[in-house]
Design a protein around this ligand. Sequence first.
Ligand code: AMP
Ligand code: GLY
Length: 420
Amino acid sequence: MKVLIVGGGGREHAIAWKLSQSPRVPELVCAPGNAGIAEVARLVDADAEDVDAMVRVTKGESPDLVVIGPEVPLAKGLTDEIESLGIPVFGPNRQCAQLEASKSFTKAFLARHGIPTAAYREYTDIDALKSDIGIFGYPMVLKANGLAAGKGVVLAKDAAEAERAIEDMMGAKVFGAAGDVVVVEECLRGVEASVLCFVDGSAIVPMESAQDYKRIGDRDEGPNTGGMGTYSPSLVFTAELEAQIKERILDPTFNGFKEDGLDFRGVLFIGLMITDEGPKVIEFNNRFGDPETQSVLRRLDTDLLDIFVAATEDRLAGQEIRWSDKRAVCVVMASGGYPGAYEKGKAITGLSDLDDGAICFHAGTKFGPGGEILTSGGRVLGVTALGATHEEARAAAYRNVAKIHFDGEYHRTDIGVVYR
Ligand code: AMP
Ligand code: GLY
């Protein structure tokens, strides 16, 4: 069986690594991939966000299955294009992809199906928005409606900050057309957690929980990033909370898909705020989280290829999915300066010195002219380790982080620490 993986980050490396363990020994191709993915898949150099290029690659490779990692090609309808060639795709179609690409689509879906979320209003007119400044109190949560690489949300602490954010989003259009519509929300208070689910027409199946560390600095200081590390399972989850999430969020979401004719096949990533009133949805993404996937897939005992194939055939309800009891931690090693400006092209050393059982997933890496491995992005590596206990997994992850070096390297030192 031949599988084409679209994308080239840490998430795609984790997916490719897990598929490479499959007893079905699939032939793996990844576009564009990175220097780490090259160990388990053949790379094709093409832009994952360019739908025409990806369709050309698909036609040239004629794989038996395509797995799409990132949100941008999903939002552009790559799934629909590939399915029209008669090739099965793991990843939602364009209509379903609005659940990540349009906050206003998602808020309307949640409201229509009675799924707990923050109260909201949406605006298309800058003056109407300005005259409603502080409508739900402060901090004022302002969200550019479209995809903005995780940067389209502002929590403004007062009217002056809100005014500036509105000018940026709707006036100067710093997020482009994503700022044509702005969603304003009530600010939820509590602890955040994410649940990733496999979804098809037959079932919604939550994966093991994971916790992401979104800010650049220790103790959650500084600007937001794509994610600086994760651990799994989450230490804030209880059986009672899981039951509430299933009853109040997962079941009504699955039924809502049916009622609305949304034919979702892929991963639904649910961002939650655990409030005093129970779990509420902050956002939906329609793909694996990065770097949640790096922790979660290390704990998957079932063949991921079986799960992907089952989902494309609407057979998830009958698919066994087993998880290891081990704990996993992933620490992201980033380029100095990220999430602001940073330099690329730094040589990475120590990658072959890792302990057995530690796996370094590559995010932003490429081969240099002599075949050496160089940095090529903000988030460079995700070092993962397992342990019998959470503390063991943390210690193992950091022991291996210490073996890897590149100029300007930066990582958080508190991945796995729980702040309450
Ligand atoms: P989003 O891109 O929607 O996940 O938002 C990014 C981050 O902003 C979330 O992870 C939360 O930390 C925060 N956030 C978004 N919406 C809210 C809200 N209604 N109340 C409190 N925090 C929020
Ligand atoms: N780690 C957050 C995300 O993938 O959106």
